[in-house]
Design a protein around this ligand. Structure first.
Ligand code: CA
Length: 228
């Protein structure tokens, strides 16, 4: 699972420097030069983390951070603020706006990548690449292997991502739109019944191990993955 980082920075040279270093560190990078561009990028697909410049033309980075925190869909989105400002009061303002961390320019690319990793580890531990287990079902995101009771389970790429999402978000009910957003990264152009098709395939693949019973249909709402 490669985490996607949205880089919001209006200075082309800095945007390029950040993008190159993040890509080199193994992240997928989406870029925006204004808060408005960032907004539409997020509306199209949820990134795993936002690197947000404070000073942007038009709407400021702080205003965008506040907006993301106020919206249910993006409330949990990790945000790192980037800024040339060094005053303590600005830092406080940035953190109050909902930023998880704060990096002051000029920064070393190495430090920036380390801060991104640290925030992801804290806020989205399932992206760290460690194997996850539920009962005797185990999934390794690095090797793409799934096993139940020591026996390999074959899954298509979409069923794999769906199972990974479920195993790291146990017991919560998700609507089809939320699953499209979180698993497919696209809640706009894919039909909701696509979710049902892949849920059916996932259940079929898990049936021989009995784990298919964990995938519950919640009538009128969506789906839930049982942890026990
Ligand atoms: Ca700027």
């Amino acid at each position: 699972m490669t985490p996607t980082i949205l880089v919001v920075e209006d200075e082309p040279a800095i945007q390029e420097l950040i993008a190159i270093n993040l890509r080199h560190a193994g992240f997928l990078v989406v870029r925006a030069s204004t808060a408005e561009e960032a907004d539409s990028a997020i509306r199209a697909a949820l990134p795993d983390l936002v690197l947000l410049d404070w000073m942007l033309p038009g709407q400021s980075g702080v205003a965008l951070a506040k907006k993301l925190r106020a919206d249910e869909r993006t409330r949990e989105l990790p945000i790192i603020m980037l800024t040339a400002r060094v005053h303590e009061e600005d830092k406080v303002q940035g953190l109050e706006a909902g930023a998880d961390d704060y990096v002051t320019k000029p920064f070393s690319p190495k430090e920036l990548v380390a801060r991104v990793r640290a925030v992801l580890r804290r806020r989205a531990p399932h992206l760290a690449g460690d194997a996850v287990e539920v009962g005797d079902l185990s999934l390794n995101p690095s090797t793409h292997r799934v096993q139940a009771g020591g026996l390999a389970i074959d899954l298509g790429p979409t069923e794999f991502r769906l199972l990974f999402f479920f195993m790291t978000h146990l017991e919560r009910v998700y609507t089809r739109a939320q699953l499209l957003d979180e698993v497919w990264g696209d809640h706009v152009f894919i039909e909701e019944r696509t979710v049902d098709v892949h849920i059916r395939r996932l259940r079929a693949a898990l049936e021989s191990s009995g784990h298919h019973e964990r995938v519950e249909t919640v009538r009128g709402t969506g789906y839930r993955f049982r942890g026990a």
